[in-house]
Design a protein around this ligand. Structure first.
Ligand code: PGA
Length: 258
């Protein structure tokens, strides 16, 4: 009886440590993150086609994604559909929102609050450069969003455009995304992986223990050159995630990289 209890407690401690380590950018034993950002693209028919293809790719894939946290961030309107499509499968693809309201529940017309998001998704992106630029989002607003997301139990992927950008406490992953390297701006030309790594090293030094991922024109062809850099723990593809074959291939590459 005491032995059983001892083994149980020991396994809980081990599990906690493994989970904790999974969030650390440990050299030689990296856990990878990949988050697909569909931005303001796709309607229900596109999503239906995307999931049909992704699910059929999964059936022929490795099924070995334990070293990867894979997240898909469709528009809010497609989160219920995505959740239902995935619920009929064993695919370990988590869902995320692309943003969250800085306000809670209330008379805030047009806002989607963190509690509402948490009914469908476990992650949210906050601070994407496209929102900072097109919607004028500022640090104080983003701090409020982080606080709302945390209170609702969402994991946060917080975007920064360089190492000098403020990062609020409590975020789970930092996504370094130089705006000029985003495919819609750069025409698909990513930052050089070594120079991206130098920026990520500075971010890691400022925020020890928080995994840092790179975003900006990542594809199946260049994903490994980024994650093989010591300070880069994953990628945030936009354009490539809209193609199920490319997104699936990127996850599989991360899952099998040694
Ligand atoms: P991209 O987008 O991969 O199309 O460059 C990245 C992002 O903005 O999230």
């Amino acid at each position: 009886m005491i032995d059983c209890l001892y083994v149980h407690v020991l396994s809980l401690i081990l599990e906690r440590n493994i989970r904790f380590r999974m969030l650390q950018p440990t050299p030689g034993m990296k856990h990878f993150f990949i988050a697909g950002n569909w931005k303001s693209f796709k309607g229900q028919n596109d999503a239906r086609t995307w999931f049909a293809e992704f699910i059929s790719l999964w059936k022929t894939g490795t099924h070995q994604w334990s070293s990867v946290t894979a997240v898909l961030c469709p528009p809010y309107t497609l989160l219920p559909f995505a959740r239902d499509a995935l619920s009929e499968t064993t695919i370990p693809l988590q869902l995320g929102a692309q943003d969250v309201s800085p306000l809670g529940e209330g008379a805030y017309t047009g806002e989607i609050n963190a509690g509402q998001v948490s009914e469908f998704a476990s992650w949210t992106i906050i601070g994407h450069s496209e929102r900072r630029k097109n919607l004028g989002e500022t640090d104080p607003l983003l701090i409020q969003k982080v606080s709302q997301a945390k209170a609702a139990g969402l994991h946060i992927m917080y975007c920064v455009q360089d190492e000098s950008v403020f990062v609020p406490d409590g975020v789970d992953v930092i996504a370094y995304e130089p705006p000029w390297a985003i495919s819609a701006v750069s025409g698909g030309i990513a930052q050089n992986p070594e120079s991206a790594n130098r920026v990520c090293e500075k971010i890691v030094a400022k925020h020890p223990g928080i995994p840092v991922i790179y975003g900006g024109s990542t594809t199946p062809d260049n994903v490994l050159s980024f994650v093989r850099q010591p300070a880069i723990s994953g990628v945030l593809p936009g354009g490539a995630s809209m193609d199920p074959t490319k997104f699936f291939r990127m996850i599989e590459l991360l899952a099998t990289v040694s």
